[in-house]
Write a protein that binds this ligand. Structure first.
Ligand SMILES: Nc1ncnc2c1ncn2[C@@H]1O[C@H](COP(=O)(O)OP(=O)(O)OP(=O)(O)O)[C@@H](O)[C@H]1O
Ligand SMILES: [Mg+2]
Length: 493
């Protein structure tokens, strides 16, 4: 289906988020929509699908003007939007999520058998192994994402909009998704693909439209431009080196894990961390990376093993005790664990720092609070109207920066990061890397889980590789390369 958006404008209060944007997508085309965090990509797609209203502009679908006032109307016309933040119902099963609102009835009762069969068929089409009867909350973020894609396929899709679909997928799931995109395109489906991952855009997209500060900068054939061209259009300047130079002088081991286990995901993990070091944690999805960190942090119960901080064995039974020992943990699930979405940036940051911000009587010092939040907004370049903006109305990448700011302001000694730059644009990634680098100069030690190998390779001083819940190797120096890490991650030898 052909989609034309003409001269679209939108302001939230005084914040002009979109300013006269044009976007055209033809049949059987994959269009990349690029731009920094907060550029207006998600907002533009929400306008297209009737989730929010526009202030100005026209939308034509196959030449006919449309003004959807609800997502359901757009879905009826075959426009399916897979959101940036997962949109599943955690307490329901996979099949219940897929058939939500479209349940199959037979003689007035739910036809569970058919729904299960169709769900299983969808999963097979996607080439993923997901039990239709599994509860959503028990699935990994990656698998939940695949269920959303299955749900879109189940609807009769004509325009598929994907807002950062691969940020939580494994390499093989991503390849599966790309195969599906190619086959949908062959069937004439138009695909709008939002991603911060340049390699993906260049692999699967035909055209690329770049937004900057709510304006459309250009639309090009992907074959006519380079990655650097797109990045320059996005941020309006050259970005320079992607990763900061690391200084390789470290202090003593300040943290050590010995034979840690927590059934069923963590089976025998050992490593040490030195002062001022960035230790990368690599492994495939399901290797137990996040679970290991949750076990250390006390949010998953430890079965066996020892944790030493500065040479002393410590017993961490819950996250509060972990924080007392100077550990901070930025989890991968910012929606559920990282942020209080209906509250302001200020509140989210100060709630993590109550002690520091209170006077002797325990009363919150408003001046200190304001200073700390304003400082954080500046240090992390958080794009917002001011510190009172609610976190839920920030763009995805800016939400991630608030999570970061919230924890870093607590002055941790050991900072654990799980996918710290997921959903973050290239410019902001660089800023986060610089912050990490600066923190280590001040003596903070960082453990970083990442599924993006370039990031692991670019930032880590040493890399621990996990395979099926076990630490199977530590690489350092020139051994930190893709081949070595993937070898360990896939075969555990
Ligand atoms: N409901 C809202 N109320 C107020 N401001 C909003 C609302 N929704 C979005 N914004 C603002 O609009 C701007 C654009 O946000 P949008 O989510 O479209 O960005 P994006 O390009 O998708 O970014 P990202 O790559 O981080 O996902 C941001 O500055 C955001 O704070
Ligand atoms: Mg977005």
């Amino acid at each position: 289906m052909k989609v034309e958006m003409k001269n679209i404008s939108k302001a939230f209060f005084k914040n002009q988020v979109l300013d006269g944007v044009d976007l055209v997508i033809d049949d059987a085309t994959v269009l990349a929509l690029c731009g920094e965090n907060g550029a207006g990509k998600s907002t533009l797609m929400k306008i297209l699908t009737g989730m929010i209203s526009k202030d100005e502009g026209t939308i034509l679908i196959d030449g006919i003007e449309k003004n959807y006032s609800h997502l359901k109307e757009a879905e009826k016309d075959g426009l399916i939007f897979i959101h940036q933040e997962l949109n599943v119902i955690p307490d329901m099963t996979v099949e219940e999520n897929i058939f939500l609102g479209k349940e199959i009835n037979k003689g007035g009762i739910l036809d569970k058998k058919t729904m299960r069969k169709e769900t299983a068929e969808l999963m097979e089409r996607l080439g993923v192994d997901i039990d239709p009867g599994a509860t959503m909350s028990k699935l990994s973020v990656g698998k939940q994402q695949m269920v959303e894609i299955a749900k879109a396929l189940h609807n009769d899709v004509k325009v598929l909009i994907m807002d950062e679909p691969t940020s939580a997928l494994t390499i093989s799931e991503t390849q599966t998704l790309f195969r599906i995109i190619a086959s949908l395109k062959k069937q004439g489906v138009s695909i709008i693909y939002i991603s911060h991952r340049m390699e993906e855009i260049f692999e699967i997209c035909d055209k690329v439209t770049v937004l900057r500060d709510g304006k459309c900068i250009a639309t090009n054939n992907v074959s006519d431009v380079t990655v650097d061209d797109v990045v320059r259009m996005m941020i309006g300047r050259e970005i320079g080196d992607r990763y900061p130079k690391r200084n390789s002088h470290f202090g003593e081991t300040i943290f050590e894990v010995k034979h840690l286990s927590s059934a069923p995901y963590v089976r025998d993990v050992s490593f040490n961390l030195r002062e001022g070091e960035i230790l990368g944690i690599a492994g495939l999805m399901g290797a137990g990376r996040s679970e290991t960190m949750h076990t250390i942090f006390g949010s998953i119960k430890k079965d066996e093993g020892e944790i030493d901080i500065e040479g002393q064995t410590v017993h961490i039974r819950n996250p509060i005790e972990a924080k007392k020992h100077g550990i901070a943990f930025i989890t991968e699930d910012r929606k559920n664990e990282g942020l209080l979405l209906p509250f302001s940036i200020k509140f989210n940051i100060s709630v993590a720092n109550l002690k520091k911000l209170s006077n002797k009587l325990g009363v919150l010092d408003k001046n200190k609070e304001k200073k700390m939040t304003e400082g954080a907004i500046k240090d992390f370049s958080i794009k917002c109207s001011d510190e009172s903006q609610h976190v839920e109305s920030l763009s995805g990448g800016n939400q991630q920066k608030v999570v970061f700011a919230k924890w870093v302001t607590t002055d941790p000694k050991i900072l654990i990061l799980d996918e710290p730059t997921r959903g973050v644009d290239v410019g902001a990634k660089k800023e986060i890397y610089d912050i990490m680098n600066d923190l280590t100069k001040e003596g903070v030690s960082i453990i970083m889980i990442s599924s993006e190998l370039p990031e692991i390779i670019g930032m880590s001083d040493r890399v621990v590789v996990l395979h099926e819940g076990k630490s199977v190797g530590i690489v350092e120096g020139s051994d930190i390369n893709e081949e070595k890490i993937m070898n360990l991650a896939t075969r555990g030898v």
